[in-house]
Design a protein around this ligand. Structure first.
Ligand code: NAP
Ligand code: MG
Length: 462
């Protein structure tokens, strides 16, 4: 695979400050496909310097011109759609059709939405005798994970650029190649030098240096709760805004009046997509006791069909972590009705799609984010119990409700402590605010709410 051996800083590929590199591994066959430079605090410092230098010019660029550059970025990404999909398949292991539709398709849609928003957003408003200016927050430090590697980058960089901010990105060490492709697209789009900068590297080295850098005005992080907590604490000590997107343990609530087969089949597909590596996945299915066994059989059959179609998880650590949870579920007394902790192939980081029945709400597999193709099915006796189970984790990122009519589903959704709920299989909307209640995070991404995260207000009184 093609890889740059430098960092994209100040509008050019520059040699890295250090000599160390990071191997990029294909999770399907465990082969090393490329190496990228391991960034040091020196690289981060150079990138933040370039972003600071570019900030006054970009912040003063009329929004319509910023919109033109973001539209050009969308077009550059669209022109590279196949290369993006092939690269994500190689470094993440997801099946090519999924890479094309989601890993390449979604970021193009999101970039397009910010090209439109940058042109139409009201960066000024009137309140009584005041004019309120919505100004860019400044230099953004963006730290992204590997699960939707390009989407997570675009969901931070596109609104930041629309707002007039400049950016330093530290992508996940497992998926740096698509981040380098993104930097090429930014360059082709004619975004001025220093407005976007890329430093590849390890989280505790390059990521931490970026999160702690005094020249960064806002840190936007997506990833694990443990790292998010640390980044939030660092930002708090420096009195800096922070956006955290930390995952979840979302509930798929199937009310007694629902179309059970549809709700179960869509629910299983939701969990197995991207090999279960989706922070908003509905990893807990809640079914009324009267229809529980029927749902379990349907889910087991649906999961078995995914066995051949699913990709691996991203790396050996994740595979072992997911297997550990499956073993824990068995040890805690849950019943495996599909899959299990066994190895489906002798190579690659594969996990067999797994479904647990007889799951109690206090089990680890019902409380903790597993981040693999593992579904837990829990019974409930009445709506109040279903609600208590749905809301009974530290997370609150997403969820689903199924019922005979929309009103009934919406009434239940209003009582859920979570950031987004799909009603009877409602489609994902790339402009709806995405983010969490409780420990799922702080702040929102996507659409106008996502743009708002990168703005601060200045009130002028007349
Ligand atoms: P992670 O370590 O939190 O990684 C997210 C990003 O933060 C990566 O770019 C990572 O760099 C970086 N990072 C790591 N340590 C850092 C530090 N001390 N300071 C600054 N940045 C740092 O997550 P992970 O280890 O890849 O995955 C672990 C678990 O996190 C998963 O099993 C899952 O539960 C959760 N997760 C959630 C999401 C989500 O969308 N909410 C996404 C991915 C993972 P490296 O790539 O070098 O580690
Ligand atoms: Mg990590």
């Amino acid at each position: 695979m093609k890889a740059h051996d430098g960092m994209y800083i100040g509008g050019a590929w520059r040699p890295a400050a250090g000599q160390d590199t990071i191997p990029v591994v294909n999770p399907v066959d465990e082969q090393v496909i490329a190496h990228v430079p391991a960034g040091t605090p020196e690289d981060v410092d150079a990138a933040v310097g370039a972003a600071r230098a570019a900030l006054p010019g970009w912040a003063a660029t009329p929004p319509a011109e910023r919109a033109e550059r973001i539209a050009a970025l969308r077009d550059a990404l669209a022109a590279r759609k196949d290369e993006i999909a092939g690269t994500v398949t190689a470094e993440l292991g997801s099946p090519l059709p999924f890479s094309q539709a989601v890993h390449a398709g979604l970021p193009i849609a999101v970039a397009g939405s910010y090209a439109e928003l940058a042109a139409s957003y009201a960066f000024e408003e009137k309140i009584g005798n005041s004019t309120v200016l919505l100004e860019p927050v400044g230099v953004v430090g963006a730290i992204t994970p590997w699960n939707y590697p390009l989407h997570q980058i675009v969901a931070k960089v596109a609104p930041a650029l629309a707002a007039g901010c400049t950016v330093v990105l530290k992508p996940a060490e497992d998926t740096p190649l698509v981040a380098q492709l993104f930097a090429e697209a930014v360059h082709e789009a004619g975004v001025p030098a220093g407005v976007f900068n890329l430093v590849t590297g390890l989280g505790p080295v390059a990521g931490q240096a970026l999160a702690e850098h005094a020249g960064v005005d806002l840190v936007s992080f997506t990833g694990s709760t443990a790292v998010g907590r640390q980044i939030g604490a660092t930002a708090g000590a420096a009195v800096k805004p922070v956006a955290l997107e930390l995952g979840g343990k979302s509930a798929n609530v199937i009310l007694p009046s629902a179309d059970l087969a549809k709700a179960v089949n869509v629910g299983v597909a939701n969990v197995m997509a991207n090999s279960g590596q989706t922070c908003s996945a509905w990893t807990r299915m809640l079914v009324h006791a009267d229809r529980y066994e029927e749902a379990v059989e349907l889910a087991a059959a649906a999961a078995a069909k995914y066995g051949e179609r699913i990709g691996p998880v991203v790396n050996a650590k994740q595979r072992d972590r997911v297997r550990g949870y499956i073993e824990k579920g068995v040890a805690e007394g849950a019943r495996v009705v599909a899959g299990g902790a066994g190895t489906p192939y002798d190579k690659g980081y594969f996990i067999t799609p797994t479904v647990f029945a007889d799951v109690r709400a206090d089990m680890a597999i019902a409380q903790e984010e597993i981040f693999g193709p593992v579904l837990s099915i829990l019974p409930y006796a009445d709506e109040d119990e279903a609600l208590a189970i749905a809301n009974g984790t530290v997370y609150g990122l997403a969820g689903a409700v199924w019922a005979g009519d929309e009103e009934e589903a919406v009434a239940f959704a209003r009582r859920m402590d979570t950031g987004q709920v799909d009603i009877n299989g409602g489609r994902f909307n790339p402009q709806a605010p995405f983010g969490g209640y409780k420990q799922s995070g702080v702040g929102r991404e996507l659409g106008p709410h996502g743009l708002g995260e990168y703005l601060q207000t200045k009130s002028l009184q007349f």
